[in-house]
Design a protein around this ligand. Structure first.
Ligand SMILES: C[S@@+](CC[C@H](N)C(=O)[O-])C[C@H]1O[C@@H](n2cnc3c(N)ncnc32)[C@H](O)[C@@H]1O
Length: 221
């Protein structure tokens, strides 16, 4: 699946990957997007759908895509249970199945860093393409201070296939600040924030305090 040696489909058979709490940056941004009258939102790499539900309840028309069929299956079930429309499509992030200038805004939380370097720019170019002029995008990616940096096999500079924890076998790219800035240079960079704190997601390892270190990035086309 993609370029990871372990399939995301396998991970979604583990309920620990069915996250439900929204990312804090999504929760922070939603009221402003709503006040600005943004309507069509893209959840790129929607996984089990925590934001598909959250954003729809907040009043947006939300479209999700993901490469993992099992993730989309969990997400669709969750949407049915919540009696929300499931506008879901299976696609790689380097080939978003939407037309140019489709969305008022979008998100990709903990998704884009699962790419080899050669595809990172393709994924960013796709985000640029599907956003309307003035469209905004919020994303999170891990940074080079994260606790997992250096774990497993380094397949490219700052990219590792993890050798322990629930995401064993999955490729993770860790971004320096310069790396992020160069990557998003086709956009206006509204904010680049370092978020460091105890990992509270259900994929946290047992019995270990784990400090996640990531970039939260707000962009405008
Ligand atoms: C850590 S999960 C995050 C899911 C969701 N965004 C969230 O925050 O709850 C990473 C997601 O990226 C998806 N993914 C990984 N590689 C992908 C690719 N090449 N194209 C599209 N999605 C991909 C996985 O299937 C998975 O759903």
């Amino acid at each position: 699946m993609g370029n990871s040696t372990r399939s995301w489909n396998d991970l979604f058979t583990d309920p620990r990957f069915h996250w439900t709490e929204p990312d804090p940056g999504v929760a922070e941004t939603v009221p402003r997007w709503r006040d600005e009258g943004r309507r069509a939102i893209y959840d790129l790499g929607c996984g089990a759908g925590r934001h598909m539900a959250y954003l729809q309840v907040a009043g947006f028309e939300v479209y999700g895509s993901d490469v993992a069929e099992n993730g989309l299956g969990v997400c669709a079930g969750y949407m049915r249970e919540a009696e929300l429309p499931g506008r879901l499509v299976r696609a790689a992030m380097t080939a978003c199945p939407f037309g140019d200038d489709s969305f008022d805004a979008g998100i990709a939380t903990n998704v884009l860093n699962h790419n080899p370097r050669a595809l990172l720019q393709d994924a960013m170019d796709e985000i640029h393409r599907v956003l309307k002029p003035g469209g905004e995008f919020y994303l999170t990616v891990l940074n080079t201070w994260d606790w997992r940096y250096g774990s497993g096999e380094e397949v490219e500079p700052d990219s590792f296939i993890l050798a322990e924890g629930p995401e064993t076998g999955i490729l993770h790219h860790f971004f320096s600040e310069d790396d992020v800035r160069a990557w998003v240079s086709d956009f206006d960079l509204l904010e680049l924030r370092r978020d460091r704190g105890e990992l509270t997601l259900s994929t946290k390892l047992d019995d270990r305090p784990v400090v996640r270190d990531a970039w939260s990035v707000w962009l405008r086309k």
